[in-house]
Design a protein around this ligand. Sequence first.
Ligand code: GH3
Ligand code: MG
Ligand code: MG
Ligand code: MG
Length: 316
Amino acid sequence: MKSGFIDLPDDIEEDALAPVRRSSVLIVDDQAAVLQTLYQLFKDTYEVFVATSGAQALSRAKVNPPDLVLLDMVMPGMTGMEVCRQLKEDPETQNIPVIFLTGNCSVDDEARALDAGAADFISKPFNPRIVSVRVNTQLRLKAKSDLLRRIARTDALTGLGNRRHFNSTLFKEWRRCARNSLPISLVFIDVDFFKRFNDIYGHPMGDYCLSSVASAMKSRMWRPADLLARFGGEEFVCLLPETPLKGAIHKAQELEAAVRDLAISHEGSSVAPVVTISLGVAAALPAQGDDPETLIDAADRMLYESKAGGRGQVRS
Ligand code: GH3
Ligand code: MG
Ligand code: MG
Ligand code: MG
């Protein structure tokens, strides 16, 4: 049985050599004639953006990160080399391949460009066909590494973030909230009497139940910084940065209702005739140097209380 909402291909090798559809390319050059030639070359295959200076290229790349940057070296103001360095320094843009397209084509220039993180180096005057195939090669590599990153953080059954993704997000958000003196909350979630569910309805139905529960909860998540992830087995976590306890309790109650409203029959449950979840909520005002482990322990304790108190409820 398939959950129907995971859009990851089964086989990442099925990528053809064809151009990567819908990719976006940012072309940076101070000469209008070069921009025009390159724009004509790529406009039918990719979404093309242009910039005539280094500063303009950086701000474009930050607001709307392209899949590839084709970069001139010599420009008035900021040089291409500096643009490349800044792109590689910023976590938001460091995975974008940069191809230099330049008249500065000494071995030293090429070595410095590659050393600064450039993916490729093409000298002017250029052959359009060569530029085209090299751009396509880098876009295919980028698409593969994007896909691998996505797979590495995704749970295969539910399509939610996995525990690795939760851990890294928790550390990042914990530090961000500590820096800005903001509260952060965590909800631990566990499906009730799930062993009995598997025993009665079978393991494939158990899988279907987990993906339905995940999807119902996911539909109640709308703030971009919030994260719902599968912690393992029939356990989920909901991380709510910039959220005090009161807001987190409210969100936990919404998730509880969303799962109950699915009305998945569960004859083996002594809570209700349907699948329910137990939830434990904890909040913290992290200080620099604190460890998020304390928040995990507190939410886990509250989940235990929810189980001991009769299941199908929120405890905080
Ligand atoms: P409680 O209400 O106390 O949480 O009881 P429970 O039965 O839900 O808890 P328990 O930890 O005893 O059992 C969890 C079950 O979840 C056992 C395990 O086989 C099942 N499970 C874990 N991961 C999966 C999965 O991916 N698919 C299916 N079908 N079952 C799973
Ligand atoms: Mg130039
Ligand atoms: Mg459990
Ligand atoms: Mg359980």
